[in-house]
Design a protein around this ligand. Sequence first.
Ligand code: ATR
Length: 268
Amino acid sequence: MVKLSGKTKVYGVIGYPIEHSLSPVFQNIFFSRLGIDAVYVPFSVPPEDLQTAIEGLKALGVKGVNVTIPHKERVLQFVDFVDEHVEKIGSSNTLKFVDGKVYAYNTDWIGFLKAVQGLIEPGKRVLLLGAGGAARAVLYALLQRKDRVFIFNRSKEKAYKLAETFGAEVIDRPEDVLKDVDLIVNATSVGLVDKSWLFDYTLIEDRHVVYDIVYGQTELIRRAKSKGAKCEDGLSMLVHQGAESFKIWTGMEVPQDLVDECIKTLRE
Ligand code: ATR
């Protein structure tokens, strides 16, 4: 049980909509298991209120927040300092408030890195689907691993822009590289609601590793599983990015077994 007092620190997540966020579930588990007197709450912030919300969080003495859709890029207009990864990726998912100043970090890329490191060793060939904000963080992480990345996106210009910025190859059809890649990553928003196929999923082989940043039994995960491929959904990335945010706020490392337990809890 959380016992609140005048000393309890407040953390949270800002987004719009925010009702479906899973971050409060596991962040509160982190705080209570690691014995920190703090709570983590969801804040619904419409785009037009973003600046006022940041000022309000500062005024209320909130210690830190996660930032989610649709604020990850625009929030940078209202912060005082950004870390090197935010500068390169162009978005932030973690803010820390210190002495009236706002520090912006990005832990999405480390979350992805940690999620895939247990699935496949670095230095592989990767098919990356998507070229939006999430794909940027994923590509950044893949390049830290020295993977060779082939990008496919519905709008080709966006794929070229991303490839130019970071250094990757753009392909016309995912089917053209399936034989050559080891890892397939879905970083588009196609998943549970939009069930359309991004490529011919019947061509997935059991030697492929498939990572879908969307949570749950997506069509891609379902098909990959039926082909015997090793696969994982985005819950592991979510909990890992949260654990990294937690470390930034508290200086404490979340033990691996607690991260794993939270991923399992969210899956149930
Ligand atoms: P996020 O910040 O979550 O990445 P985003 O920047 O809007 O969101 O990017 C969404 C990604 O999903 C894009 O790569 C988008 O492709 P386009 O650039 O062509 O729009 C991709 N996407 C969304 N719906 C899609 C669909 N039905 N088929 C293929 N790609 C889709």
